[in-house]
Ligand binder design. Structure first.
Ligand code: C2E
Ligand code: CA
Ligand code: CA
Length: 697
């Protein structure tokens, strides 16, 4: 570090580089060449004639005729002499009639800022502040020791030292860093221009004053400057005019800090919502858990998952999905305290840490508030959207030993909340663990079976109510027997939907079912219709229409032998879009059935406008025939309604003769259920159809 060499530690350095023009440099050149054109101009400030004569004699002896000596006897004449003669060096006696001691040095230094000074000290000046002389003058010699060699050497030394000091000062001035040198009492010995600007110091007055503590002894090595910029401080001990001092450098690191904080923002925060991101969240959770382990207390993690997000994302598009997440983030932020950490873990999952809670009821209270705040619909791209949220709560240290345990527990509790009907919160309880493990098992198994294309289709006949004649079959997806444990469609289909595999599976189902209907129809010589269940995911994916068209072409199945079944709730997801897709499908000649009718919440209005052909009355109604007169009344009105809308009615889940009779009496067109025939393999159902084992009539 070049600036560390203080002007005071220069020593003799003959032959060091060249200077710019200046009185001292003229003097240096004069000394070097030994043949000055203008000589060496020396201002002798000395009131005693005897001492002055002695000096004159010594100087002439030392420098010969080159020395041009101007003498003044009082301090007040110094300025004029300097102005007139452009001096190379000042030789200064400390005891003047109008000034004494240190005062004289300081005064001359002020007048001759750019001229080297050699101080002549007498006996009584021995106790004078040597340090002050060192600070302001370049050299000094005691009068009693004076001789030609000493005086000449002192003057040469002073000139050389002054040259170096100027050079260093220039170096320090030109440094892009702020540089301040402080003495042991924190008084400023030097401050360059940059330092004055950065620290807000007055360049003319700062020398000799105390530097504010925050700059001289900062708590960290980074400080915020008065102008809000950030500086990095370093300090090194230096020797300044032979006394131990401290050099401080201040580097402006504002730009670097800004870049760092942008980076940190990216690393720690979620870009979409501005909330903490997953990594940051788990870092914090780890730290807080550590704190509680050491000091006691309790914290809660709330794991939140939006209830209708997938549907909104699928139906309204990703932009709307993003906007929704942003708004949910804002709503959630409004319900948490300053010290709580709210994060988006990814997708539609959010999480919250409540640190230092008094008890679980406090977490319940917050969960309640979060749910309430989401009750009012959000405005997303001009339309009002309602989302619910399921919250799982786990507390530490009650729910495990580490971050993983807490996370798993909160996640498990969240699933429990979903199962319990969504839009609510649940605390973790031990027994929940195995449900989650089960879900993970199903997920892995579904992936495997789908990859092997090992699902198969069972078929269940539908018969005409009037005469029991088989008119069609419903294709029902089955888990392969060779992949135990065997899961029911109610178990594995929602999982396949969640993990995005249903579209591929559904495409295969369509193809196999159409193939079966075409083959069996030909074989039996009767127009057999096949009903295929279509998931909401398929309905809102782009290619349902073209997939159906492709299947019809590939299998040769006449379009009026294919029926797609969609549940009431999937159609109501986005009625406008569903309507468009269904209408398109119907133009192919394919018919559309509303499955599980009566279990959803479709309004009459929508239903009236939906392009459908068939209503399938849900088996939960059928099961109550003979047991619940109210349900029977509903069944009657459902059939009425369908009639009024010109729709066919299929009743499913018919298990008894009583149910059969009731439904026939109520006016259903077709019946389906164990009472007629259980779902079975293609082969056995084909056999059944051949025997036409209907029992209705
Ligand atoms: P769903 O469309 O309502 O299918 C009728 C369900 O009722 C079938 O259950 C069938 O086996 C059952 N069932 C038929 N008759 C009776 C009866 O008399 N009594 C009783 N208790 N149940 C009867 P399964 O096969 O377990 O299918 C359950 C659900 O899985 C289906 O309900 C449907 O929503 C879904 N599903 C089945 N296959 C597919 C498929 O290929 N794609 C899609 N997306 N979903 C499917
Ligand atoms: Ca169905
Ligand atoms: Ca159904």
């Amino acid at each position: 570090m070049p600036v560390a060499a203080s002007p005071g530690s220069s020593g003799k350095r003959d032959g060091v580089g060249h200077d710019r023009a200046g009185s001292h440099s003229k003097a240096v050149n004069a000394l070097r060449r030994g043949a000055p054109s203008q000589g060496l101009r020396i201002l002798l400030v000395e009131d005693s004639d005897g001492d002055a004569d002695l000096c004159r004699a010594y100087l002439e002896e030392g420098f010969g005729s080159r020395a041009k000596i101007v003498r003044v006897t009082r301090l007040r004449d110094v300025q004029e002499a300097l102005d007139q003669h452009d001096m190379d060096v000042v030789l200064l006696d400390l005891g003047l009639p109008d000034s004494m001691g240190v005062q004289s040095v300081v005064a001359v230094r002020r007048m001759a800022a750019d001229v080297p000074i050699v101080v002549l000290t007498g006996n009584r000046d021995a106790q004078l502040g040597v340090q002050v002389i060192q600070e302001h003058a370049q050299d000094y010699c005691a009068k009693q020791d004076l001789n030609p060699a000493l005086l000449t050497q002192s003057i040469r030394h002073a000139i050389e030292r002054h040259r170096l000091q100027t050079q260093y000062a220039r170096l320090l001035e030109s440094s892009p860093d702020g540089i301040v040198v402080l003495d042991q009492d924190n008084k400023t010995l030097f401050a360059n221009q940059t330092a004055c600007e950065m620290l807000g110091l007055n360049p003319l007055r700062c020398v000799g004053t105390t530097l504010p503590m925050e700059f001289a002894a900062p708590k960290s090595d980074e400080i915020v400057l008065p102008n809000r910029q950030v500086a990095e401080i370093r300090s090194v001990p230096v020797d300044w005019n032979k006394s131990p001092s401290m050099l401080y450098s201040y580097r402006d690191i504002t730009a670097r800090k800004q870049a760092e904080s942008r980076l940190q923002q990216m690393v720690q925060y979620d870009e979409l919502t501005g909330l903490a991101n997953r990594n940051f969240f788990f870092d914090c959770l780890g730290r807080l858990v550590g704190g509680i382990r050491r000091e006691g207390g309790m914290l809660a993690m709330l794991f939140m998952d939006l209830d209708r997000f997938k549907y909104i994302n699928d139906t309204m598009g990703h932009d709307a999905g993003d906007e929704l997440l942003r708004q949910v983030g804002k709503r959630l932020s409004n319900s948490v305290r300053q010290g709580d950490l709210l994060a988006r873990l990814g997708g539609d999952e959010f999480a919250l840490i409540l640190n230092h809670i008094a008890g679980p009821e406090q977490a319940a209270h917050v969960a309640q508030k979060l749910l309430q705040n989401l009750e009012k619909p959000l405005a997303v791209h001009g339309s009002k959207v309602s989302v619910g949220m399921s919250i799982g709560i786990a507390t530490y240290p009650q729910c495990g030993n580490n971050v993983q345990d807490i996370y798993r527990a909160a996640d498990t509790a969240m699933y429990r909340a979903k199962e319990q009907g969504k839009n609510q919160f649940q605390f973790f309880a031990d027994h929940m663990q195995h449900r989650v493990e089960e879900r993970i098992r199903i997920e892995q198994a579904v992936r495997r079976v789908a990859a092997d294309d090992a699902f198969w289709l069972a078929y269940q006949p539908q018969v005409r109510a009037r005469d029991g004649m088989p008119v069609g079959v419903e294709a029902l997806l089955r888990w392969p027997d060779h992949a135990p444990p065997v899961f029911t469609p109610a178990e594995f289909i929602p999982v396949a939907e969640d993990i995005g595999l249903i579209n591929g599976i559904g495409r295969n189902v369509l193809h196999s079912a159409a193939t079966m209907a075409a083959q069996t129809g030909r074989l039996l010589g009767l127009p057999l219709r096949v009903a295929v269940n279509v998931s909401m995911r398929q309905l809102y994916a782009e290619h349902l229409y073209s997939e159906i068209e492709t299947v019809l072409n590939a299998t040769g199945l006449p379009p009026d032998r294919l029926e797609v079944e969609l549940t009431e709730s999937s159609v109501m997801g986005d009625p406008v879009r569903a309507q468009r897709t269904l209408a398109a499908i119907r133009t192919l000649g394919v018919s559309v059935a509303i499955d599980d009718f009566g279990t959803g919440y479709s309004s009459m209005n929508y239903l009236r406008r939906l392009p459908v052909d068939v209503l399938k009355i849900d088996r939960s109604f059928v099961a109550e025939i003979g047991r619940n007169p109210e349900t029977e009344a509903i069944l009657h009105s459902q059939v009425h309604l369908a009639r009024a809308l010109g729709l066919n009615v299929v009743a499913e889940g018919v298990e008894t003769a009583e149910q059969w009779d009731f439904l026939v009496g109520a006016g259903c067109d077709c019946l389906q259920g164990y009472y007629v025939c259980r779902p079975d393999t293609q082969q056995r159902i084909t056999d059944w159809l051949c025997g036409s084992g209907s029992r209705g009539s």
